[in-house]
Design a protein around this ligand. Structure first.
Ligand code: SAH
Length: 215
C-alpha cells in the first residue's frame, strides 16, 4: 500500500519551500484533495510526483506546482463564482473548490465529453458536485448563461485572450491564462482596467493547446 497522505504532505512541504504555496488557503486545499483519486489506477503511483501526467485523449493533468501556483494567483476566497476552461480530470476544479472552503461555485467546461464524464465521476465520488458544475463544450466561448465570473482559470494554452472570456470576467475579476507566444507559452494574470485587458506575465509554461475558434 502506498501512503498517499504522507506523500501528499511531503509534496506540499516542498512546494512551500519552493515558495509556490504561499497561503494557508492553498496549502489546505492541496492537502485536502487526493490527487490519486483523479488518476487512472496505473498512474496512481505517480500521484505525488510534481509532474504533469498524460490521461485520455492525449490530454494531461497539470503538475501539482502549476495547480498551486494558479490557485495562488487567482486569490480564491469563499463565495466566488469561478469559471475553469479545461476540466480534464476535475482535480484543479476540486482544489479551487477547497481553496474557497467549498463555498461558492466552480463552473468548469471540457471539450471532450468522455473527459467531462470522467471528471464528473471523480468529483461525485469525493462529494464535490454541489460546488463544481461540469459542462461540455468549447470553453473559449465561456459560459454566457452563468456570467459574469469573479475568476477565470484557463488550463489549456490559447493563441490570445478569448474575447468572450474577457467579456465574461467581472470588472474586478482575475483571469489566469497561458498564452502561446511563438514556440513558447507564457502564463498571464489578466485584470480589467477601463474595460481593457491589463496583462501581467508570470512565467513560461507548457500546457496542452486549447481548441480554439472551431465551429
Ligand atoms: N485542469 C485539468 C487539466 C487540464 S488539461 C485537470 O485538473 O485535470 C487541459 C484540458 O483542456 C483538456 O482536458 C482539454 O481537453 C481541454 N480543452 C482544450 N480546449 C478546450 C476548449 N476549447 N474548451 C474546453 N476544454 C478544452
Amino acid at each position: 500500500m502506498i501512503d498517499f497522505a504522507s506523500a501528499r504532505r511531503r509534496l506540499v512541504n516542498s512546494l512551500k519551500d519552493e515558495g509556490i504555496i504561499r497561503s494557508d488557503r492553498v496549502e489546505r486545499a492541496m492537502l485536502t484533495v487526493p490527487r490519486e483519486e483523479f488518476l487512472p489506477s496505473y498512474l496512481r503511483l505517480y500521484a505525488y510526483e510534481d509532474t504533469p501526467l498524460e490521461i485520455m485523449y492525449g490530454q494531461t493533468i497539470s503538475a501539482p506546482h502549476m495547480v498551486a501556483m494558479m490557485c495562488e494567483l487567482l486569490d480564491l476566497k469563499p463565495g466566488l463564482r469561478v469559471l475553469e476552461v479545461g476540466t480534464g480530470t476535475g482535480y484543479h476544479a476540486a482544489v479551487c473548490a477547497e481553496a474557497m472552503e467549498r463555498r461558492g461555485v466552480v463552473y468548469t467546461i471540457e471539450y471532450y465529453p468522455g473527459l467531462a464524464l470522467y471528471a464528473v465521476q471523480n468529483l461525485a465520488k469525493l462529494g464535490y458536485l454541489d460546488v463544481v458544475h461540469v459542462f461540455i463544450g468549447d470553453g473559449s466561448k465561456g459560459l454566457p448563461r452563468y456570467a459574469p465570473f469573479d475568476r477565470i482559470l484557463v488550463t489549456a494554452a490559447a493563441p490570445k485572450i478569448p474575447p468572450k472570456l474577457f467579456e465574461q470576467l467581472s470588472s474586478d475579476g482575475i483571469m489566469v491564462i497561458p498564452i502561446e507566444e511563438g514556440l513558447t507559452q507564457v502564463l498571464y494574470v489578466v485584470t480589467k482596467e477601463d474595460n481593457m485587458p491589463h496583462m501581467k506575465p508570470v512565467t513560461y509554461v507548457s500546457f496542452v493547446r486549447m481548441r480554439y475558434g472551431e465551429e
